[in-house]
Design a protein around this ligand. Structure first.
Ligand code: UDP
Length: 325
């Protein structure tokens, strides 16, 4: 197969590129390099430097290659920023995604895997969240992803588009080769910030909120390894070969870790203290997000291989210790 990976220079996308190559398929990366890194794309993989909002450039890429499917990782994905700059989120995550879907339709490419998020659920009403859980986003980021899930459902009926939206819980960890990992600038995610604090890098770790209704007052999240996310995407492509329509699956490990628990696990894995201070809550954060991924296991045949927090942290730590490109 030949797969167009939009956002393939980014964190999850660059792990996806390697996974697709390792499984013997061809890849073209399309990325505006706003948050991704040229150096994250393996040598020999075509990288088109472009924005998915650029209809002309997209049309040229679809004319040049015959793609079997698209994987779409391009998005703004910071909850707090989406609260303060919603236009940017709706323009990029909604408007530009529709431009990509239009280009696919024009080129008769009818399979897409879309990166969605646990943020579509808002404040959970159950301990674990399955696909039937109500979707009531509490920030523009989650809302923008939910809008596209709706667009995909409508496109299935109107144009016969096949799609799988994968709602990631908290993507984490790094490839075992140590050459790619989570490198945002500024970094807002917990695990890289914890490991940077261990190394004395960055501005110092702040724990956002200690008065949540959780076992220790800090937010609880379900961390899932990027390579496991990648395997789910490949299974989703196979799934669409067998099934017509628009599908959504939750991807997590079904176990929640509080911020304090992540810090304690990182101290164990690194053998070093994690200096941190306590701070106010961050806007837009729900107290707990933990997935039920039974449907992905049953329907896609998904089996996470790196489900243990220690393994996720160890892979990220290995990457943090490498020299940077
Ligand atoms: N968090 C924190 N300090 C940080 C980064 C994150 O306390 O430097 C908290 C954040 O408030 C949330 C959890 O860690 O409760 C996970 O945040 P992250 O940004 O990694 O992922 P999100 O759940 O927002 O997708």
């Amino acid at each position: 197969m030949k797969i167009l990976i939009c956002g393939g220079a980014g964190y999850v996308g660059s792990h996806m590129v390697r996974y697709v190559l390792d499984n013997g398929h061809d890849v073209v990366v399309y990325d505006n390099l706003s948050t991704g890194h040229r150096g994250s794309v393996p040598q020999g993989v075509p990288l088109v430097h472009g924005d998915i909002g650029d209809a002309g450039k997209l049309a040229r890429v679809f004319a040049e290659h015959r793609f079997d499917a698209v994987m779409h990782f391009c998005a703004r994905s910071l909850v707090g920023e989406s609260v303060t700059d919603p236009y940017a989120y709706y323009e990029n995550n909604v408007g530009n995604t529709i431009s990509l879907l239009e280009a696919m339709r024009h080129a008769s490419v009818d399979r897409i895997v879309f990166s969605s998020t646990a943020a579509v659920f808002g404040h959970p009403v159950s301990d674990t969240i399955d696909e039937t859980h109500p979707t009531v986003p509490i920030n523009p980021y989650g809302q923008s992803k939910l809008m596209i899930e709706q667009v995909l459902a409508d496109a299935a009926k109107a144009y016969g588009l096949r799609s799988v939206a994968l709602r990631y819980f908290n993507a984490a960890g790094a490839s075992s080769c140590g050459s790619i990992g989570e490198a945002h600038d500024p970094e807002t995610h917990l695990i890289p910030n914890v490991l940077k604090a261990v190394l004395g890098q960055g501005k110092g770790l702040k724990v956002f909120g200690t008065d949540y209704d959780t076992r220790d007052g800090t937010c609880v999240r379900d961390y899932v390894h990027v390579s496991d996310l990648a395997s789910a995407h490949m299974l989703a492509i196979d799934y669409m070969a067998r099934n017509e329509g628009a599908f959504t699956f939750n991807l997590g490990n079904g176990e929640g870790f509080s911020v304090r628990e992540v810090i304690a696990a990182a101290e164990k894995v690194t053998g070093r203290p994690v200096p941190h201070e306590f701070a106010e809550r961050r806007a837009g954060d729900p107290a707990t997000l933990v997935a039920s991924s039974q449907q992905a296991r049953d329907e896609l045949g998904w089996q996470p291989a790196m489900a243990r927090m220690e393994d996720i942290l160890a892979s990220a730590w290995n990457w943090h210790l490498q020299p940077r490109f």
